[in-house]
Design a protein around this ligand. Structure first.
Ligand SMILES: NC(=O)c1ccc[n+]([C@@H]2O[C@H](COP(=O)([O-])OP(=O)(O)OC[C@H]3O[C@@H](n4cnc5c(N)ncnc54)[C@H](O)[C@@H]3O)[C@@H](O)[C@H]2O)c1
Length: 498
């Protein structure tokens, strides 16, 4: 059974009607059936109380789930019942993940009879926060903002057992991000020929069972994320007579994803790209969100384009061959994402959780939410640069050779936490990074040179004198655009060099 969950005001009834039309079945609505049997929910609540409501709701939902087929929309609180949660595990659960402010507006706007649990805003928000982890842990598919039901359905139906999906809704295109073992072989429903771009390390390991028509191989490594490599790929595509009816598929880490995505964005003014990320960095971050590009000697990612993928297939199986150093580098991005997300993801990471499919999925969900709020990096998306200002500067001054991107980000995170005045959190993060085998200090660098390199960071607006930093107030509370004085940056970098 396809089951829609989510908070009140998430749009479950509309979504289940859409899905029912698509699947040609009658939609079932647990709240409607409750009212048929027991009268209006609001009256039942006021005369019998919430506990009695939940008890009857539980028996109705279990009965409906037992039918085994169709489309069902659940009341927002049904997931609080452990018996319902257990029963849901054998069904396909879609979470309509609505913004709490939007939910509040919808639940209260113009309602003749205000819903019983939407009378007090603070209580509403507290309930929202309490239920969010339940929705998240049960969801096979997440639709942020409740959007894209119609287009997401074929993907939801085809989701292999154990895989999970988050739908990425952006103005530049909606697409699924699928996380799970073996998903690299999924049919991405793309027309034309598939030009698989991979590197000389990943190709021999994993390209074999990824469907493709032509294979283009680049040298592995950041030093090959260049215009020269892009030109080589453009010319290969032209030589093989690739057209706009075909598509590119990037199989590799962030370097291949950024490079192939950029190539796809410009080849014949844009061909579609499917991302199959093979490193942790790429699965939790780089492959999602449509930023593509290459480096110039003057700065990292200096030339690029926004080009949203048509699908992201994050196959956790391919992480098995990742060298330890790359795994550790990916962990830095996981810690960064957990600091941004806060909540359950931060708790898990802080407690030393492994980077498994659940962690990758939670990170992907965080990235999708941030990008959905600010696709073009005009505001809140900049929080994703936490640790990157100093990180990029360290990569630039060491010629992209000495540090892996993730290692640089780890050091950058420590600098950002110092600049945030978060000593205890800095120690905690340093412990997590060191535990993963990541450096927490770097010698042989000139801090002044690092500060100078941060000033060339392309994220600065023209005329800015101070470099805008992303700072952490607490896990889950991150601010962007903070002005930080040069001497404070210098001190934070000196601490890394000590
Ligand atoms: N576009 C974005 O939003 C975004 C976000 C974060 C990072 N990035 C970019 O990503 C890049 C870093 O990505 P990365 O850390 O994935 O590095 P990478 O792509 O260089 O991969 C690291 C190494 O691991 C190898 N490798 C990849 N997958 C493997 C696997 N499954 N098994 C064995 N070896 C494997 C690669 O061949 C390479 O040698 C940087 O260029 C960074 O700027 C982009």
């Amino acid at each position: 059974m396809l089951v829609f969950t989510g908070f009140m005001g998430a749009g479950k009834t509309t979504a289940s009607k859409t899905a029912s039309r698509h699947l040609d079945v009658e939609p079932l609505d647990a709240d409607v059936i409750f009212e048929e049997r027991h009268g209006p929910i609001e009256h039942f609540f006021s005369s019998h109380g919430e506990a009695a409501f939940r008890e009857r709701e539980e028996s109705i939902v279990l009965e409906l789930l037992d039918r085994g087929e169709g489309v069902l929309s659940l009341g927002g609180g049904a997931v609080e019942s452990p018996r319902i949660r257990d029963a849901l595990r054998s069904h396909r659960v879609v979470w309509l993940d609505v913004d709490p402010d939007v939910a509040w507006q919808r639940a209260t706007r113009g309602a003749q009879t205000v819903r019983p649990l939407a009378r007090d805003r603070d209580a509403f928000m507290a309930r929202f926060e309490a239920r969010r982890p339940l929705y998240e842990s049960l969801a096979d598919a997440v639709l942020p903002g409740g959007t894209g039901v119609e287009r997401a359905l074929p993907w939801i139906e085809a989701l292999p057992g154990g895989a999970r999906m988050v739908w990425a809704p952006t103005d530049g295109g909606q697409y699924p991000v699928i996380v799970g073992s073996g998903v690299r072989t999924l049919d991405a429903h793309m027309p034309g020929r598939r030009f698989l771009v991979t590197d000389d390390v990943v190709g021999p390991l994993w390209a074999g069972d990824v469907p493709h028509d032509c294979r283009l191989v680049v040298w592995a490594g950041e030093e090959h994320k260049t215009l020269a490599a892009a030109e080589h790929l453009w010319r290969e595509l032209a030589r093989m007579e690739a057209t706009r009816g075909d598509h590119v598929c990037a199989l590799g880490g962030g370097v291949v994803g950024d490079l192939a995505g950029f190539v796809a964005s410009a080849y014949q003014r844009g061909v579609p790209v499917v991302q199959i990320p093979t490193t942790i960095v790429a699965q939790v971050d780089a492959a999602i969100g449509g930023k593509t590009g290459v480096d110039l000697p003057e700065g990292k990612n200096y030339v690029g384009a926004f080009h949203q993928p048509r699908a992201v297939l994050a196959d956790t199986e391919v992480l098995a061959t990742l060298p330890d150093g790359e795994r550790a580098a990916g962990y830095a991005e996981v810690v960064k994402t957990a600091l941004i997300a806060g909540g359950r993801l931060w708790e898990r990471v802080a407690a030393g959780a492994p980077v498994d499919a659940d962690t990758v999925f939670a990170c992907a969900l965080t990235k999708v939410r941030v990008v959905a709020a600010d696709e073009r990096d005009g505001g809140v998306r900049q929080v994703l640069n936490l640790g990157h200002t100093v990180g990029h500067a360290l990569e630039t001054i060491t010629g992209y050779r000495r540090l892996r991107h993730g290692e640089a980000v780890g050091l950058g995170l420590l600098a950002a936490l110092r600049l945030s005045g978060q000593d205890a959190l800095r120690r905690q993060v340093a412990g997590l990074l060191a535990g993963a085998g990541l450096p927490t200090r770097i010698d042989g660098i000139d801090p002044g040179e690092v500060v100078a390199a941060t000033k060339r960071d392309k994220k600065r607006a023209a005329g800015d004198s101070a470099v805008p930093f992303v700072l952490v107030e607490a896990p889950g509370s991150v601010v962007h655009g903070a002005a930080v004085a040069d001497d404070a940056v210098q001190a934070a970098v000196e601490e890394l060099a000590r």
